[in-house]
Each structure stands twice: as C-alpha cells, then as structure tokens.
Design a protein around this ligand. Sequence first.
Ligand SMILES: N[C@@H](CCC[C@H](N)C(=O)O)C(=O)O
Length: 291
Amino acid sequence: MKLRFTKMHGAGNDFVVLDATRTPMSLTPEQLRRVADRRFGVGCDQVLVIEGSTTPGVDFGYRIFNADGSEVEQCGNGSRCFVRYVVDKGLTDKHTVRVQTVNKILELRLREDGRVTVDMGAPVFDLPQVPFDPKGVTPRRENGFALWPLALGDGITAEVAVLSMGNPHAVQRVDDVDHAPVGLVGPLVEHHERFPRRVNAGFMQVLSRSEVKLRVFERGSGETLACGTGACAAVVAGIRLGWLDDSVEVHTRGGDLRIEWAGLVPGGPGLEASVHMTGPAQTVFEGEIEL
Ligand SMILES: N[C@@H](CCC[C@H](N)C(=O)O)C(=O)O
C-alpha cells in the first residue's frame, strides 16, 4: 500500500499528517510505528489522521497516534498543524475550524501572522478522570493545590502536580531544566503504577511569573522538542500552585508557546475556563511511503 503524507511540525514536535477526509484510513499499530520510525520510516513524534465529520457544528475529525502506535486523546501542537493543513490543502475556506478528537471538540484559529490559537478546553483536576490513583499518599499543598510524592525506585523521588488536558500530565518543578535528568526520570514517571494509562512527564523551570522553560517526556513518544498539552498543563499547574500569572511564555527546545488561562471559575468543577495556546505550525515536506 502506498501512503501519501505531509510532514509538519509545531515548535519542533513533528508529525506525519494523513488525509482521510475522502477515503477512510485504518493503519495497524505496526504500520503506525513504521511510519513514525526515524530510520525505517518517515519519522515523527505523532501520526495525525484528518477525517471528515457529519456532526453539526464540527468541521473535521482528528485522530492522534503516538510513535509507539497507541491512540491518544489530545495533541496540542498537532492541532495547530491540523488547521494549517486543512487551510493550505483547500479542505476548508474557514480560518476558524472546529474539530472532534476522541474526547473533546477543539476550536482552532489560523491567525494573520501564520500562528495558530487553539481553545484547548478546560483542564480536568478530578483524579479518577486523569486517571491517577492517590490511594495511601498524602500530598503536600501549595496555594491549596496538591503536589503528589512519587517513589520511582533506586532512591529516586519526584513531586508532581497531576491534571488532564484531555490527556494525562504529571508536572514537576526543577531548578535547571537543561540539566534535569529527563531521560532517566521521564520514563519512570510515564510508567508509574499510580497512572494506569501512563502519563506525560513535564519538567518545568520557572523563570518569572510570566516565563518558564519546559521539557516533556511524552507518553508513547519519549522526549519531544515541545509538547502543546504539556505546556498547557505546566502553566495551569503553575497558576494553581501560585507560581505563575495568567499569561505565560513557555520556552521549549523547539520554540516558544504562549499559554493563557483565566483560572478557576466560581461554580465548581467542570466550569473552569478554557486554556488558550498560541504557537507556530509549519509544513516541512510531502511524500509517499510504501507500507
Ligand atoms: N505532542 C503532543 C501530545 C501527544 C500525545 C501525548 N504523547 C499523549 O500520549 O498523551 C502535544 O503537543 O500535546
């Protein structure tokens, strides 16, 4: 089978984008891993499949697969590439599109300066929904928000804020992110037994109340140059913990993202404000691969 693809990236988080708007497409986990393989395939952090939609008020469907072939719920940098793709390919003439992922509808806006702003929806703090198992541990709280201790073996420990942006995140604060042991601690957090569906592990250095540096060891893909939902999760956690203001520049190894969150809305869980993410989305090349 020959597969036409577009290679894209958002702040260095790279994607193979597949158009399934006309013909349904279903790749096996093995085929997805082959496409994502940097030596034997095209190479990417995630494969994005763009589908049509019959739901009123929704323009497209959007499926996301990690490099290990697992299907996931959300991809922030991918959603920015998504809107760039559908506009550039003439699949829509709208510059604001609504897309259905596995568990959310996102609104994406291609701006005049070429960057994309995404309404990522509200963060979720309900632990079973993340999902995270808190049984038998007491968190330390800062500004009322929980920091959970994790024993990672061999005397290694971490203290993480836990939340979902539609996908699960564990965010820890570090003093110097460039020298943080992301390659060692990241996989231990990703596979920790308290996260039954694994987790994306974020490492955040706070530079000021409006600027952070971030590295993320992504579930199913390893460390990437940027993680959009990871940036949203880190900033939301930083705001809840009292470290950050409501608009933050996130410096990743692949570029900068602006994250804005108005915080908790009175009225209880589920009514939190949406997180807005703005950043780049670029096409690198197009091609065809024989699977
Ligand atoms: N790179 C993404 C996140 C992709 C999914 C993630 N690895 C997961 O398994 O949840 C982003 O930009 O958000």
